[in-house]
Write a protein that binds this ligand. Structure first.
Ligand code: AQP
Length: 334
C-alpha cells in the first residue's frame, strides 16, 4: 500500500479547479492507500492574506474537503501548523537545497513579480512542501500541473539529503497528475486559482454559480450572437466536459459551431448541470457547518495521527544529522 500525501492552501474557497485537479483524486486514492491530506496554512501565509479570516478559511476548507468526500475514517485530515515537525524538517531541508533551484521555480518567478520586496518565505515555499511530503515518506503526490515542477525539486531535495546523510532514507515521491491537470479560470486565460479571484466554488449556490458563469470568457473570436463559435478554444465548453453528459456535450458543440445557441444559452446549461452535480457536496457542507466542533475534532485526531509519524521521522532525521540528543528527565542525577 503506497503512502499518499497532498495539501491545499486555506487561501480562499475550495474551487472546481482544486476539485477536478486534485481533491477528486484524493477521494479515490483514500480507498486503496494510506493517505495524509493537509490544509497547508503555513504555505498560505507566504502571500498577502487577511489575518482575521485565516481561522474561518481553514475551517471552511476542512468542511469543503469533508463535503467533497474525504473520509476521516480512511484518510488522515489535518492542519499543517498543528504538526510542528513540518517546519522543523523544512529548516533542515533548506540546508541541502540550492538557492539557484528555488529561484528558477516558475511559481516563484511569477509571484515574486507581484511582490514589492520578495520575501524568503515565498522562495522557500517548495522546501516546506518537500518537508510536508518527506516527513511521511510518502511516495505518491496527487496534484494539478502547477505543482509538478515543485515535486521534481522535492525529488532532488530527497536525493541530496540521502547522498549526505544516508542512502535510501527518503523515498523520491512521484507526482500523480490526472486528466484535469490545469482548469482555467473564468477569465479563460490564467489557471483557476483562489488568489486570482477567477474561481467557481465547489460549495456555491446555484444562483451564484450562474452569476459567476454569466460574464465568463468564451471563444474570443465569437463577437456577436450570430457568429459561429469554436468549442475547442472555449473554456465554457471545456467545463461542459466535466459537468455535462456526452450527449449534451455533442449538442452544445453543434449549437456553438452553427450559432444555433448564443454563449448565454450554453452557459445556462452548464450552470444547471454544475449546480446539480455539486448539490450533494453543498448539502453535506451545510450539515457540517452546524457541527463545527465535530470538524475541529476530526482535525485534532488527524493531527495526532500525523504527529505519530512525523515525530518518528524527525527523530531519525536528528540522529542522521549527528545532533546531540537531550537526556530524559529520568536520567537526571541532580
Ligand atoms: N486550476 C487548477 N487546475 C487543476 N488543479 C489545480 N490546483 C489548483 N488549481 C488548479 C491543484 O489544487 C491543489 C491545491 O492547490 P492550491 O491550494 O495551491 O490551489 P490554488 O487555488 O492555486 O491556491 P492559491 O492560494 O490561489 O495559490 P496560488 O496562488 O499558488 O495559485 C494542488 O494540487 C493544485 O495543483
Amino acid at each position: 500500500m503506497a503512502r499518499v500525501f497532498s495539501g491545499i492552501q486555506p487561501s480562499g474557497e475550495l474551487h472546481i479547479g482544486n476539485y477536478l485537479g486534485a481533491v477528486r483524486r484524493w477521494v479515490e486514492l483514500q480507498r486503496e492507500h494510506e493517505c495524509f491530506f493537509c490544509i497547508v496554512d503555513y504555505h498560505a501565509i507566504t502571500q498577502e492574506y487577511k489575518v482575521a479570516a485565516m481561522e474561518s478559511q481553514t475551517l471552511d476548507m476542512a468542511i469543503g474537503l469533508l463535503a467533497a468526500g474525504i473520509d476521516p475514517e480512511r484518510a488522515v485530515l489535518f492542519v499543517q501548523s498543528h504538526v510542528p515537525e513540518h517546519t522543523e524538517l523544512s529548516w533542515v531541508l533548506t540546508t541541502v537545497t540550492p538557492v539557484g533551484e528555488l529561484e528558477r521555480m516558475t511559481q516563484f518567478k511569477e509571484k515574486a513579480q507581484r511582490q514589492e520586496s520578495v520575501l524568503a518565505g515565498l522562495m522557500n515555499y517548495p522546501v516546506l512542501q518537500a518537508a510536508d511530503v518527506l516527513l511521511y515518506k510518502a511516495t505518491l503526490v496527487p496534484v494539478g500541473e502547477d505543482q509538478v515542477q515543485h515535486i521534481e525539486l522535492m525529488r532532488e531535495i530527497a536525493r541530496k539529503f540521502n547522498a549526505r546523510y544516508g542512502a535510501g532514507f527518503f523515498p523520491e515521491p512521484q507526482a500523480l497528475v490526472g486528466q484535469a491537470r490545469r482548469i482555467l479560470g473564468l477569465d479563460g486565460e490564467s489557471k483557476m486559482s483562489k488568489s486570482m479571484g477567477n474561481t467557481i466554488g465547489v460549495l456555491e449556490e446555484p444562483e451564484s454559480i450562474w452569476q459567476r458563469l454569466r460574464p465568463a470568457k468564451t471563444d474570443p473570436a465569437r463577437v456577436t450572437r450570430n457568429d459561429p463559435g469554436n468549442p475547442e478554444v472555449c473554456n465554457i465548453y471545456t467545463l461542459h466536459r466535466y459537468f455535462s453528459d456526452p450527449e449534451t456535450q455533442e449538442h452544445v458543440a453543434r449549437q456553438c459551431r452553427t450559432a444555433g445557441w448564443g454563449c448565454l444559452d450554453c452557459k445556462k446549461v452548464l450552470a444547471d448541470n454544475m449546480a446539480r452535480e455539486l448539490a450533494p457536496m453543498r448539502e453535506r457542507a451545510a450539515e457540517l457547518r452546524g457541527k463545527i466542533h465535530e470538524v475541529r475534532e476530526i482535525l485534532a485526531v488527524g493531527a495526532a495521527k500525523a504527529r505519530e509519524v512525523a515525530r518518528e521521522t524527525m527523530q531519525e532525521v536528528r540522529e542522521r544529522l549527528g545532533l546531540l540528543q537531550p537526556i530524559r528527565a529520568e536520567e537526571f542525577t541532580r
